[in-house]
Design a protein around this ligand. Structure first.
Ligand code: ADE
Length: 252
């Protein structure tokens, strides 16, 4: 049976995932707690990515080398970059880029040295399923969450986007920085701190990766306020809803 890695960015998300796994067993590797068990008949390994590109790359390597996972699914939050990507929306990744990779003039801007690549692809089959289940999961979550907990967001009109996610070792929390990123990468939908590094590792090992990110903030001057509020109230509920739908949809 193939093992699916469920990688979460936040403790709240991991706790919600573990609550759905009746038989999880903990193993510690590289200082990280990996939880092996089952969910909807799939053998899964749940773990926190940790924050930042190197930490996430280490977690990904351990998942592949130590736990032999055949697919990796990441859930978490991101800052909205493109003007039409709002707080409460969802982004299903199709491509990843490291926005802070710059070995120029030795290599072109954003190219990962010695790979010839600037962008790494999400697995198309997994991402297709995520794109189908994401709107259903949004509905599931909103049905279960009283409107008083919607943080005054227009969640009933949340959109699911698909496209480029940019990763870098910075929490983007200034309008100027967010605007600079938008100018540099006009098709980037969202910014976060892990997935492009995970995609590089997955590419090296030939392991499929898919990612879904809920937009917690607009990576602007208000990001530091929006981010914790969103995480506490909404993010982990959405992650569990989307994983629940995904695992039901994937054949065992
Ligand atoms: N994750 C969620 N919001 C983010 C932001 N504004 N910058 C980087 N990573 C994020």
């Amino acid at each position: 049976m193939s093992r699916i890695a469920l990688v979460s960015a936040m403790h709240e998300e991991l706790a919600a995932v573990l609550a759905r796994m009746p038989d999880e067993q903990k193993t510690v590797v590289a200082g990280r707690e990996f939880w092996v068990g089952h969910w909807h008949g799939h053998e899964v390994v749940a773990v926190l990515s940790r924050i930042g590109k190197v930490a996430a790359a280490t977690t990904t390597t351990a998942l592949i080398e130590h736990f032999g996972v055949s697919r990796i699914v990441f859930t978490g939050v991101a800052g909205g970059l493109a003007p039409h990507v709002n707080v409460g929306d969802v982004v299903v990744a199709r491509e990843f880029i490291q926005h802070d990779m710059d070995a120029s003039p030795l290599f072109p801007r954003h190219e990962v040295p010695l790979t010839g690549m600037t962008r790494f692809l999400a697995d198309s089959a997994l991402s297709d399923v995520l794109a189908i289940v994401a709107p259903l999961a949004l509905k599931d979550m909103l049905t279960a969450l009283p409107q008083s907990e919607w943080l005054n967001l227009d969640l009933a009109n949340s959109q699911v986007h698909q496209g480029l996610i940019a990763s870098g070792d910075r929490f983007v929390s200034q309008n100027l920085e967010s605007q600079a990123l938008q100018r540099e990468l006009p098709d980037a939908l969202a910014v976060e701190m892990e997935c492009a590094a995970m995609a590089q590792v997955c590419h090296d090992y030939g392991v499929p990766l898919a990612a879904v990110r809920t937009i917690s903030d607009r990576a602007d001057d208000a990001a530091h306020v929006d981010f914790p509020r969103f995480i506490q109230s909404i993010a982990s509920r959405y992650s569990v809803a989307v994983l629940n739908r995904l695992l039901v949809a994937l054949p065992i």
